[in-house]
Design a protein around this ligand. Structure first.
Ligand SMILES: [Zn+2]
Ligand SMILES: [Zn+2]
Length: 285
């Protein structure tokens, strides 16, 4: 069996970092078959200024990045969103909560239109800050998260949630929101989870991604969880090298687990191919 590997949540940056062409080429070489590329906040791409146009430009970059990765022979899903860190940035720039929510909703509507045109696959990322900020900023982010879930439901879109690592409370609160919005559980993905959120996501039937950290994979994978996928959450920023892992860390970590007999190739096929193909609705390699 030849193992095929997937990165179910990463960012690429052709302005400041390697960009999708190089990343896809390197990932392909490591037997990578699938990448879900998620948009970065506009200023990460060097786009100046605030407001709708800067987000429009950043989504254009995302779509070009997806094309470049596809040309390297990798299957790609694309997600564009309004990261909670943007809520912080707009507050710091003096925007009011209603102005921020209005802008984010306009961007999410625009993403839904792009989905309608088959240019993007989903909304990502939206959610709540994972670090301490003014509580009003978290509530504002949550309003945007709720709106994004409703739009995802109405348009049958996938959605990546960026959340605090609060174990039960994190996942149970998302379940409350998701159930009252009546979105299908299968459209939601909780990204960058720790073992505690993974446990609750598993019991409530939500998909989730675990970053490529040796300790996390060694803790979680031997239990053969069903809804796990792997992510690098690569941010492709050479100025912040240690912030996330690299897409090719995924194959490296997983291959060492197989060679040590900690996980089986059959189980890895489920995680790396079957789960991805089910959640992202793409053909397996
Ligand atoms: Zn995130
Ligand atoms: Zn991310």
């Amino acid at each position: 069996m030849t193992l095929a590997f997937s990165d179910a949540h990463l960012h690429t940056n052709p302005i400041m970092g390697l960009g999708a062409e190089v990343v896809a080429k390197k990932f392909r070489k490591a037997n990578g078959w699938f990448m879900a590329i998620v948009s970065l906040p506009p200023q990460h791409y060097g786009i100046e200024g605030l407001g709708f146009e800067s987000h429009e430009k950043s989504i254009e970059i995302l779509l070009r990045e997806a094309e470049k990765a596809r040309r390297e022979g990798v299957e790609v899903s694309t997600l564009a969103g309004f990261h909670p860190s943007l809520v912080d940035a707009y507050f710091k720039a003096g925007w009011s909560p209603s102005e921020i929510v209005e802008l984010a909703e306009k961007i999410i509507d625009y993403i839904a239109k792009l989905h309608d045109e088959k240019a993007v696959d989903g909304i990502g990322e939206v959610g709540r800050q994972h670090y301490a900020v003014n509580p009003a900023w978290i509530v504002t982010s949550e309003l945007i998260l709720i709106y994004a879930i409703e739009v995802a439901r109405d348009n049958d879109m996938l959605i990546h949630l960026h959340l605090e690592q609060g174990g039960y409370s994190t996942v149970a609160s998302i379940r409350r929101i998701a159930e009252s919005a009546k979105i299908q559980a299968g459209s939601l993905l909780l990204h960058h989870v720790s073992p505690s959120e993974a446990h609750y996501a598993e019991s409530y039937g939500y998909w989730y991604t675990v970053p490529a950290k040796e300790k996390l994979y060694r803790t979680l994978l031997p239990h053969k969880p069903e809804r796990l996928m792997t992510e690098s959450d690569f941010i492709d920023d050479p100025k912040r090298p240690g912030v996330s892992s690299y897409p090719w860390d995924i194959p490296r970590e997983l291959i060492s687990l197989v060679s040590e007999g900690i996980v089986s190739e059959e189980y890895l096929y489920r995680v790396e191919v079957e789960n991805v193909s089910r959640f992202y609705r793409v053909k397996p390699p």
